[in-house]
Every structure is written in C-alpha cells, then in structure tokens.
Design a protein around this ligand. Structure first.
Ligand SMILES: NC(=O)C1=CN([C@@H]2O[C@H](COP(=O)(O)OP(=O)(O)OC[C@H]3O[C@@H](n4cnc5c(N)ncnc54)[C@H](OP(=O)(O)O)[C@@H]3O)[C@@H](O)[C@H]2O)C=CC1
Ligand SMILES: O=C(CO)[C@H](O)[C@H](O)COP(=O)(O)O
Length: 482
C-alpha cells in the first residue's frame, strides 16, 4: 500500500469498519495526518481508494508499519468489536509501544474491561483512554459525542484532538474529560441505556397513535414532525418521522409494516441494567426497554399466548382521538424526562462508588450534539445541574417538576387508555410508577420489610426510634431489639 502522506501521523486508527473508517476520515478532514490500519487490509485499501483525497492518510498493512508511522507520544485509536477482539488488538500493539504512548479505545467496551485494561497498561507506563463514542456512522464522520475516560495527563495529550473532531453546539465541543479509568465507558453505557428507554417510549407512542387514535404511519410521521418542533425536539423523534414516512419500494406498503417485530440488541442496554443492579441504582425505564426487546424476540412465547383474551375496542375517532394524540405527547415528554433522570441518577451513584468526580452538567452538555439521544431538553438538564450541582434527582429541579406536574393528568390518562385497550406500554407505565414511587409519602415497602421479618427474621427499622428490630412472629409477638 503506497502511503499518501510522508509526514508522521498525529494519530492512528486501527479498525476500519463503519465507525473507525469515518472517525479516521473525520480526523483527516480536520487537518490531521492519520495512520490507518485494519486486520483485513482490504478495508484499509478501500478507505484510501474511496476517501484518500479527503486528507492526509498513511495506510499501513502491518501493525509494525502502523506504529512506526505515528509521531511520539503515539496516539492510537482502537475501533474494533468490543470484548475479546479489543483485547486481541491491545495484545498485538502494546509490545510495539513505549511508555508515554496513548491507546484510545473508542469501541463500546464494558467499563470493567476498561478499568482492567487501564490498570494493566498503566503498569507499563502506557496511557489507556476508554472513550465512549456516540453518533453512529454519520456522527463518526461529521462529529460524534465523545466521552473519554482516563488520566488527566492522557486527556491533555488527546483531548484537544477529540474535541476538535466532536460535534459542536453553540461553539462548544461535545467532548469532555469524564473521569478516570472506566468513567468514559460507563457514561457511554448509560447513554445507550437511555437510548433504549427513549426508543421504547417512542415506539409505545407510535403504537398508541396507530391502534388507539387510529392514525396511519404517514399521519403519525406528520405528528412526530410537529412534535419535533416543540418540547420533544430530538434526533430520535426526527428519525422516527423519517422511518414512518418511508414506503417499502417492493410492496408499496408502509416500511414499518414490513419489518419483523422482533427487536435485537448488541448488549449495552443489558449491561446498563446489570450494572444498575450491581451499584444499586433503580433504572426501571431502561430495564423495561431491555425486557420489551427481549419479549418481542420470544416468538415462541408470543405464539403460545396469542389466543389469550383481551378487550376488543375500535380506535377512537374525532375529538377523542385528537385529545389522545395531545395526551400522548405529554406522556412521552414526562416519561422521557423520567428515563433521563434515572440515567443521571445511575451515573451519580456509580461515581460515588468508584470515586469518579463526574460533572453531571457537562454530561448533558456533551450529549446535546452528535449522539443518538441528543435532544432539546438536554440544555435544560445542563442548566438544572449548573443551578444545583448536587441535585439529588432531575425530577426535583423546579422547572422539570413544574413540567411533570403539567403533564401528569395526560400521562395517567394515556396509561389507563393503553391498559383498557390492551396496548402494552411498559415504558410509560413504569415511568409513571417511578414518578409516583419517588413522590409517595409512604411506600408499601414497609409491608415487605414486615413480611421479610415474619418468614426469615430479617429485621426491620421503625419510624419512631433508632435501631433494628425483630418481632417473635411464631411466639408471643413481642419485639426485640437486634
Ligand atoms: N456501529 C455503531 O453505530 C457504533 C459502534 N460503536 C462501537 O465501535 C466499535 C466498532 O464498531 P463498528 O465500526 O460498527 O464495527 P464492528 O463492531 O462491526 O467491528 C468490526 C471491526 O472490528 C475488527 N475486528 C474484529 N475482530 C477483530 C480481531 N480479533 N482482531 C482485530 N480486529 C478485529 C474488524 O476487522 P476485520 O475487518 O478484519 O474483520 C473490523 O475492523 C465497536 O466496539 C462498536 O460497539 C460505537 C458507537 C456506535
Ligand atoms: O452505541 C451506539 C449508539 O450510541 C449503537 O448504535 C448501539 O450499540 C446500538 O445498540 P443496540 O444494537 O444494542 O441497539
């Protein structure tokens, strides 16, 4: 492969599938000389053939050539499949690197893997920057949201470049130093968890508009377009309108009707829920979204249950249907805010446990552009944390509390309508339950504690005095302090 640049490369990208290829182009378009490498050289060749004219590239077939092309300290972006392939690439390249070099893993790595890799490379004096990258293929090319984690020293060496290629909103880069070791990949994982919840809520809104309000896909596309100009303004609402307006070329029917209704996943949503359980952060909106995908894929269970009884109600018409459309907009907004609040709470909970000092307002700032969950209200989330950095939950912010208060009647009506009409809305329902659960003066958890004490002497605390207690349920029911 003939190099197209003779100067040393400022940065290298190995792994040139959809993401790595476009990230490499993004660096080159921003004036950097970029060394490019891929396990299968055909990808490197095709990048140079198709896009070599866009900037300064140094194609390399062998790892040794790739590393030799980089200026020191070397900056090397790994953009390959997460998991074992990432370890394989690190194992292959690290022996070729020197102390002070910086390995940037831009894949969707599990944050625990990133912690392990960061510690292992630190022992050799090599910096490891576990970096969340969001925005898909287009974002990688035109400006993703970038979430780097690692040492401050490493960020000083790569941060300016990552900031330059990131999306910019109001002149500010959608990239910030998230925190040490696995913090960047943790935040990216939660981003994807919120992405799952957001997509599920939008899908439920579509289902309600179609089956309860009697609107067709093209009409719903118009509704989503209108919503996108208001409080729901976001990338996911925008692309949903595009998808719903699309007609299948082969059959002439709405595209959404020819897609099999079994949602798949690569796993970051599942990781979010598993990790939420580990750190003790309640994220039911994200969990329901993961389980909704799982349920949709269980065609065996669905076939077995199809004949179970349910109500048969025709779609609403006239003003009733119009009213439902407006209510779904309110319910969608409220449920989205709850999902985002759960995500932020999870980041804060983990940050406390892992000793990461994460700026929650900065997370909102860098998610305003480039990433899949970019939305108008991220500016308001940023303002909420700017006004009160220690905000215990986003829902407690005065402005969000006011908006949720305004939306709650519609939200409750939508959940009730869905239940009456057998339209599953696990996302809307669990978000409302979370909202009511947090605002309740008293929860039935008291009864759960009493039950636990009854069958297992698990003890309970009392509302009227300090200490831990047990009642002798099988004896005289006297209470002892434990
Ligand atoms: N696609 C997306 O929208 C997003 C993806 N990501 C993450 O970015 C990373 C790259 O994603 P994407 O571009 O979609 O590509 P894939 O996840 O499909 O990975 C393909 C790349 O990994 C390389 N690879 C796989 N196994 C090995 C191995 N054992 N040794 C060396 N290289 C290997 C492939 O090389 P070869 O060509 O030789 O097979 C190819 O370059 C992933 O971690 C993904 O999770 C992050 C954000 C968005
Ligand atoms: O990281 C991403 C965007 O931020 C990917 O789009 C995400 O991995 C897609 O996830 P899944 O395949 O599980 O729906």
């Amino acid at each position: 492969m003939a190099p197209s640049a003779s100067s040393p490369a400022s940065i290298g990208v190995t792994g040139l599938a959809v993401m790595g290829r476009n990230l490499a182009r993004n660096f080159a378009r921003n004036g950097y000389t970029v060394a490019v490498h891929n396990r299968t050289p055909a990808r490197t060749r095709s990048l140079i053939e198709e896009f070599g004219h866009e900037g300064s590239f140094v194609p390399a077939e062998k790892p040794e050539e790739f590393v030799a092309a980089l200026e020191r300290p070397r900056r090397l972006v790994v953009m390959v499949k997460a998991g074992e392939p990432t370890d394989a690439v690190i194992d292959e390249f690290v022996p070729l690197l020197d102390a002070g070099d910086i390995v940037i893993d831009g894949g969707n790595a599990h944050f625990e893997d990133t912690r392990r890799r960061e510690a292992a490379l630190r022992e050799r004096g090599i910096h490891f920057v576990g970096t969340g990258v969001s925005g898909g293929e287009e974002g990688a090319l035109h400006g993703p949201s970038v979430m780097p984690g690692g040492s401050a020293e490493a960020y000083a060496a790569v941060g300016p470049m990552l900031e330059k290629i990131s999306a910019h909103v109001d002149g500010e880069p959608c990239c910030t130093h998230i925190g040490p070791d696995g913090a960047g990949h943790f935040v990216k994982m939660v981003h994807n968890g919120i992405e799952y919840a957001d997509m599920q809520l939008i899908a439920e809104a579509y289902d309600l508009l179609r089956r309860a309000a009697g609107r067709g896909p093209a009409q719903i596309a118009d509704i989503f377009r209108r919503w996108n100009t208001g409080m729901l303004n976001s990338y996911l609402i925008e692309i949903t309108a595009e998808v719903l307006a699309h007609t299948d070329r082969e059959t002439g029917t709405p595209f959404v009707d020819v897609v099999a209704d079994a949602a798949e996943q690569k796993g970051t949503g599942r990781w979010t829920v598993q990790t939420a359980l580990d750190v003790g952060a309640p994220v039911p909106g994200i969990a329901e979204a993961v389980f909704a995908r799982s349920l949709s894929g269980h065609t065996d269970l669905r076939a077995a249950a199809r004949r179970l009884p349910g109500p048969q109600k025709p779609a609403l018409t006239g003003q009733d249907a119009d009213r439902l459309v407006d209510r779904v907009e309110q319910a969608l907004y409220a449920s989205k805010i709850v999902s985002y609040a759960q995500g932020w709470n999870m980041i804060q909970t983990a940050a406390d446990q892992f000793g990461w000092d994460i700026d929650l307002g900065a997370v909102a700032r860098i998610w305003r552009g480039g990433c899949i969950i970019r939305a108008g209200f991220l500016d308001e989330i940023r303002s909420a944390y700017a006004a009160e950095p220690g905000l215990p939950t986003l829902l407690a912010d005065e402005e969000f509390a006011r908006r949720l208060g305004e939306a709650q009647d519609a939200w409750r009506a939508v959940v009730a309508t869905a239940a009456e009409r057998s339209i599953p809305t696990p996302g809307f329902a669990t978000s409302l339950a979370y909202y009511d659960g947090l605002r309740a003066d008293r929860l039935p958890a008291a009864l759960v504690q009493a039950q636990r004490d009854y069958f297992g002497a698990h003890t309970y605390r009392r509302v009227d005095r300090e200490g831990t207690f047990h009642t002798e349920w099988s004896g005289d029911r006297s209470e002892t302090r434990r």
